[in-house]
Design a protein around this ligand. Structure first.
Ligand code: ADP
Length: 519
């Protein structure tokens, strides 16, 4: 009798200390291991298992003790057709199932007690304790297991919720981290708590370096007037008044790289209405800004380039028309020449604009035929020789240059643009060479000059539409920055490549390739 009392007392003590330990544990696998090992110990069993219900409704063993892991999938008979109500336990055919499992797993399991883990009448799992000897589980054992199962179910629910929360947190963190926009989370004092990868890239700070820093130190945002926005307009103050704040400016990276951004700050309040965080969404608007600048530049350059020839044509035409004046033959011829030249220039500019808009709309269509490139180059050079009196124009093609399948008119446009640039940008004169080389699969053509050349850092942008090198010379010469853009589109339309090689002060060589048809 004393022995039984001692046993019951021990079970109660156990229950108390274990429920404390269980509720403190939030890591689900280790909690389940604790539950099953304590249940087995308390009921003086030798083995046990816990199965939890998966999303599909079926049960899977999640923790066990005293059972070889390789046998766990053989416990399925004890995990199917489960009575939901505890009052329906033990299930009638429990021992038939136990014998089946014991035989297939080859384990000597003689006695079993099992119970559902339920929470608010909802089944969340099952717990089984086994004995390998014949002493049957008593009604007390069942009672103890039942109270234990209630505690265990609460602990399992808490740990499951905690795990779901942790997973949700990881998911949100992954979304923030991988967002293409910069994301910034500030505390109520405008110090950085979280900064994602996109923003780290824009600022040059790592998330670890930025953590705890005041926002203005990391987001060195300046507006067009160079005013440090984050410092003068701490988002906090503006948010309190307006609820949301949008700031535009440039983030200057530690290495000097500049990104134009638009930042929207939104406040995050807790249930009591206290500001806890400020969320900043940082959108890279560099391309948009560039497009805006390009549009503005386009309008000013185009209007200038159109106005000049129109003014000249109109000026000369109205002078010639004056009825009160008589012009000698020379003046008339020179005036008409200017009118003709300026009309040509207008014609060329309008053509380039039309061609550029066609390319941007993806409508460049090539009329292909076999083209004798040395002849085409010679014809184009011949045309330019007349105007380029200061320059020595030379041709450099091997004898056996093969015909190339190309759009002759467009190819002539490429040569014209490159040669006219070579002349235009070497105003002191010099040698301009136009030539080609033959390779097994392609031909390489070039136009070289001995002018001032192009600074290395500008070379990659030359082929962008409306891009002009901002040197004294570039601005003084006429042009809208479309020539090289058109050359690139035409060459690439043929399946070739175009690039420039230039050492400033030593001239520039523009090269492009055209593929040869495979025989
Ligand atoms: P545009 O000549 O109308 O300005 P392009 O697209 O033909 O436009 O050329 C873009 C820029 O590249 C020019 O403004 C000029 O600064 C530079 N460039 C082109 N060719 C040469 C060259 N041969 N030598 C030096 N600079 C050149």
């Amino acid at each position: 009798m004393a022995y039984v009392q001692d046993y019951l007392q021990r079970q109660r003590d156990y229950l108390l200390s274990i429920s404390r330990a269980m509720t403190a544990r939030l890591d689900l696998p280790s909690l389940l291991q604790l539950i099953i090992s304590k249940a087995v110990e308390m009921l003086r069993g030798e083995a046990g298992l816990i199965a939890l219900q998966g999303r599909d409704g079926s049960f899977h063993v999640r923790a066990s003790i005293g059972l070889p892991p390789s046998t766990l999938q053989l416990f399925a008979p004890l995990l199917t057709d489960i009575p939901l109500q505890r009052t329906h336990w033990p299930m009638p055919d429990l021992y038939t199932r136990l014998r089946l499992v014991a035989a297939s797993a080859g384990i000597n399991l003689r006695q079993v007690v099992g119970l559902p883990l339920t929470l608010d009448d909802r089944l969340i799992g099952l717990i089984y304790v086994f004995r390998t000897h014949d002493t049957a589980f008593s009604a007390d054992d069942r009672q103890v297991l039942s109270s234990f199962a209630d505690q265990a179910a609460i602990a399992v629910r808490n740990a499951t919720l905690y795990q779901q929360l942790a997973e949700e947190k990881r998911r949100v963190e992954a979304i923030i981290e991988n967002s293409a926009d910069g994301v910034l989370i500030l505390d109520a004092q405008c110090r950085i708590e979280i900064m994602n990868r996109a923003l780290a890239e824009m600022t040059g700070w790592t998330a670890e370096q930025a953590h705890g820093q005041p926002c203005w130190r990391v987001i060195a945002l300046r507006n067009a007037q160079g005013i440090h926005l984050c410092e003068t307009e701490c988002p906090l103050r503006a948010l309190q008044n307006e609820g949301k704040l949008q700031i535009e400016g440039d983030i200057i990276r530690t290495d000097g790289h500049r990104t134009s951004v638009s930042i929207t700050y939104s406040p995050l309040y807790d249930n009591e209405g206290t500001l806890v965080n400020i969320i900043g969404n940082v959108h890279d608007v560099t391309r948009f800004r560039e497009a805006e600048e390009m549009k503005a530049m386009f309008i000013s350059v185009i209007s200038h380039e159109l106005k000049t020839p129109v003014a000249l044509i109109k000026g000369y035409a109205s002078t010639l028309r004056r009825e009160d004046a008589h012009w000698d033959e020379n003046t008339v011829r020179e005036s008409l020449e200017i009118i003709e030249e300026e009309s040509d220039r207008l014609h060329h500019l309008i053509n380039n604009l039309l061609e550029a808009s066609r390319i941007q709309a993806g409508m460049l269509k090539l009329e292909l035929s076999d083209v004798a490139i040395p002849k085409l180059a010679a014809k184009t050079v011949g045309r330019f020789r007349v105007q380029a009196t200061k320059h020595d124009l030379q041709l450099d093609f091997p004898e056996d240059f093969p015909p190339v399948l190309a759009d002759e008119e467009r190819l002539q446009e490429v040569f014209s643009n490159l040669i006219s640039n070579a002349i235009k940008y070497s105003p002191e004169g010099g040698t301009i060479r136009v030539g080609g080389r033959v390779y097994p699969d392609y031909v390489e053509l070039y136009v070289s000059d001995t002018g001032p050349g192009i600074p290395l850092e500008k070379q990659s942008r030359l082929f962008e539409p409306f891009y002009r090198v901002d040197s004294g010379l570039g601005r003084r010469t006429q042009g809208v920055g479309l020539g090289l853009f058109l050359c690139k589109a035409i060459v690439e339309g043929h399946g070739g490549r175009i690039w420039v090689e230039s050492t400033p002060g030593q001239g520039a060589t523009f090269r492009f390739t055209l593929p040869l048809r495979q025989p």
